[in-house]
Design a protein around this ligand. Structure first.
Ligand SMILES: *[C@@H]1O[C@H](CO)[C@@H](O)[C@H](O)[C@H]1NC(C)=O
Length: 274
């Protein structure tokens, strides 16, 4: 008896769980159709110092929603809690460095290009749109994108120890980026690069990893943000003293000629005898 009751409660429990899932799906569907306009920005992007970077943003409208006027686009560089600098519509300080990626203003792709990236450009960027639909006028914004800036990677033998191969890269603060070193495709255990200078009030941190050179071949240092390869650098190691010469093929050829001639001579002699 008791067993039956227990299994029944269990069953009803299962049912409510299933009901909850259905409710959740329904809720997601409704909230999906109710959030008419959204702005999508990637959470983190990385830019090489001195190069250009695309700050991506896309406007997404539910199918039943129509805009009655072109949206007005704003891009801000957030600096601290209340301070921000306007990139777009481009202000004086950004005039020559910022451009729209898609000049067609009807496009929902609101990405902008920021040229000649500097250390100071690191930080958060927010895309805002002023939207007019039939009967409504409102502002919508994305979730800020964090721009991280990195300098060229340096991958070489250290000055104090010629068996130590060190990889260094300067990166502005942000979520974990990872340096790793590979030898002929397989990842190596890494250590420190040796004495480090104390970084005072620099806009970046210096990431470094080292390996002991063990054998010739190709070493590669890679900088990753999550699964994305950001930048890499190679180091070709030819063990000292063992220089690689091109193969002396003509010599091999002439060496082979000797037994061939002897053999031919022997055959000819045999033929003549018989
Ligand atoms: C928007 O445009 C940028 C730059 O042209 C491009 O990289 C990005 O993939 C586009 N986004 C979408 C969703 O098409």
């Amino acid at each position: 008896m008791f067993k039956v009751i227990l299994s029944e409660t269990h069953h009803s429990l299962k049912l409510t769980k299933w009901g909850q899932t259905q409710l959740m799906i329904l809720y997601l569907l409704i909230s999906g159709t109710c959030s008419l306009v959204t702005v999508h920005q990637p959470p983190v992007i990385m830019a090489a110092l001195g190069r250009a970077v695309v700050l991506q943003s896309n406007l997404i409208l539910s199918p039943d929603e129509k805009m009655s006027a072109q949206p007005v686009l704003y891009w801000d560089h957030l600096k601290g809690d209340s301070d921000s600098a306007r990139l777009w519509p481009s202000s004086k300080s950004y005039k020559s460095r910022v451009a729209l990626m898609d000049s067609n203003e009807d496009s929902f792709n609101k990405s902008i290009l920021l040229k000649n990236v500097q250390w100071d450009d690191s930080g958060k960027y927010l895309c805002k749109l002023s939207i007019t639909t039939e009967g409504k006028k409102f502002r919508e914004q994305g979730k800020p994108t964090l721009l991280m800036v990195y300098d060229s990677m340096i991958f070489n033998i250290t000055a104090h120890d010629d068996s130590l191969l060190c990889c260094e890269v300067k990166v502005t603060r942000g979520p974990a980026v990872v340096l790793s070193i590979f030898h002929e495709g397989s990842e190596l255990e890494t250590g420190d690069c040796g004495p480090e200078e104390a970084a005072a009030a620099l806009p970046y941190v210096t990431l470094s990893k080292s390996v002991h050179v063990r054998g010739g071949g190709n070493y590669e240092c890679q900088l990753h943000l999550n699964a994305d390869l950001i930048t890499k650098s190679s180091f070709q190691n030819n063990p000292s003293g063992v220089e690689v010469f091109p193969e002396p093929w003509p010599l091999y050829g002439s060496l082979l000629l000797v037994p061939i001639t002897v053999l031919l001579g022997l055959i000819i002699v045999q033929k003549c005898r018989s």
